[in-house]
Design a protein around this ligand. Sequence first.
Ligand SMILES: [Zn+2]
Ligand SMILES: [Zn+2]
Length: 231
Amino acid sequence: MKNISKLLWPTTCPFCFQANRTGICAACKVRLVALEIRETGCALCSKELSDEENELCCDCQREGRYFDGGTALWRHELPVSKSLYYFKYKNMRFLVGDYVGNLLCRKERILKEWCVDLIVPVPLSQKRRKKRGYNQSELIARQLGERMGIPVKEIAKRTKETRPQRTLDRKRRKRNVAGVFEVTEEVKEKRILIVDDIYTTGATIDELSQEMKKRGASKVYFLTVSIGQGN
Ligand SMILES: [Zn+2]
Ligand SMILES: [Zn+2]
C-alpha cells in the first residue's frame, strides 16, 4: 500500500508541494522553525501575547475557559495554513501521513506533564463527514495516539449542523457552536486531550471542553496543528 501511494503521490514537500525526496524541504523547514509555538505565550491557550505583561491573551481573559491548557505546533500562517487547507478541503489525506504525527510527538513532554489518559478528536457533523469522507481531526488524533500509546475515542458528537466557523466573527463563532456537542460516555476523573487541526478563537474547543467537564472530566487540554495569532 505504501508503494502504491508513493506512485500516486511522488514524494513532495507537504508544505510547498515541490518535489522533494526527503519530505519537508529545507526552505520550508526554516519557515516552520519561525512559526513554532513556544512556551512564552498565553498560559491557557499558548497564543502569542501582544503585551508581554499579561499572562493570558485577550480571548482567554475575556471569555474564561473550561479547558485547563493547550498548545499547537505552529502559528497559522503560510506554509502551514495552505497545507492544512489542502488536507482538509482537497482530500489530500497523505499530508498528515507521517509528518504531522511525528511532529506532534515533539509535544511529548507537555503531554506527559498533563498526564493525558484519553484523546478525543473534535467531531464533524455526520453530513459533513460523509461529504468529506474523513474527519481531519480524527486522523491527526489517531496518528498521535498511536505514537504516544494513548487511547483515542470518538465519544463526542455534533447534535446539529453548524455553519463553518471560518466564515464567522468571534461573537458569531461562539453562538454557532453553543450546545452543539454531545459527549456519549462518562469520562469521570479522566484527563482528556482534545485534538483538532486549527485553533482560532477557541470557541469550538472550549464548548467541547465544557461538555467534557459536565461528563466528569477532571482536566481538559487541547493540542492542534496550528493556532491563530493575536487577540
Ligand atoms: Zn517545502
Ligand atoms: Zn489564550
